[in-house]
Design a protein around this ligand. Sequence first.
Ligand SMILES: [Fe+2]
Length: 321
Amino acid sequence: MTNVIFESVSLPRPDHLQLASPATAADAGVSPDVTGFYDEATGSIQYVVADPVTRKSAIIDPVLDFDPRSGSTRTTSADRLLKHIEAHGLTLEWILDTHPHADHFSAAGYLKDMTGVSTGIGERVVEMQRLWKAFYNLPDSVPVDGSQWDRLFADGERFTVGEMEVRVLLSPGHTLSSVTYVMGNAAFVHDTLFMPDSGTARADFPGGDARQLWRTILRILQLPSDTRLFSGHDYRTNGRDTSWESTVAAQRAHNLHLKNCDESKFVKLRTERDRSLPMPALMLSALQVNLAGGRLPPPESDGRRYLKIPLNAFAQASWGR
Ligand SMILES: [Fe+2]
């Protein structure tokens, strides 16, 4: 079965790649309970994943609701996650982000305040903090050491949710600090692979890299073929129902952007497609919050919080689109 899938997609064999280490399931025998929560406003999927034995759980990529027209925030989406955890008798152990998102605010800070549970993200987030501190011209007092999170994960690092081992796979490309969380037979692949009919994520934000994204995708596709893959976004391609779960086998066989591709073809396809896309509407707002651990900027002298938008800092304007 696996060989057939390899042939149909024409992916290079893993040993052709210079990878840090092969991907292996953390503990492939465990099948965690995964519940996805779709955010209509941004097409994001938030997850609650639970160890079926101990009922200990983690939240992945929670959304803090933001209405850019009024500048209002609310916690409806994040509260829904907490209600689910309570209703199902789960104990929350981790609040995780796969990367600093460009399309929505992370609710990690709010959830930490509500629960006291530890937050975590990939350790290369500090590189993104430095990069974006310059774009926002933030004062030296703003830390760029990742201290806004309780835990910064290195590639290959392992931790536990209940008795379930979680393996962290560095997954750069969409952003330079993206990570994939592999828990038993499930992997949270964020904005690396979307559903097969939707392809892959863009790689043109500062620090993004289409070549790195290709190598990350191959690394994820080295996981066992029946590994359940959970994506970070869905845009209901061709009007189908919302969907966020696929498998390694399905991605190998059907992913729109991987068919008959090699590294150079993928980089060309991805780069050309990214050039045609407008910047995400919330990027300049969202990264300010998300690179601070999902916390809004501190209040100013009037007690109000303000976002800062750098003007004319990026060439990709959306005129006429
Ligand atoms: Fe993203």
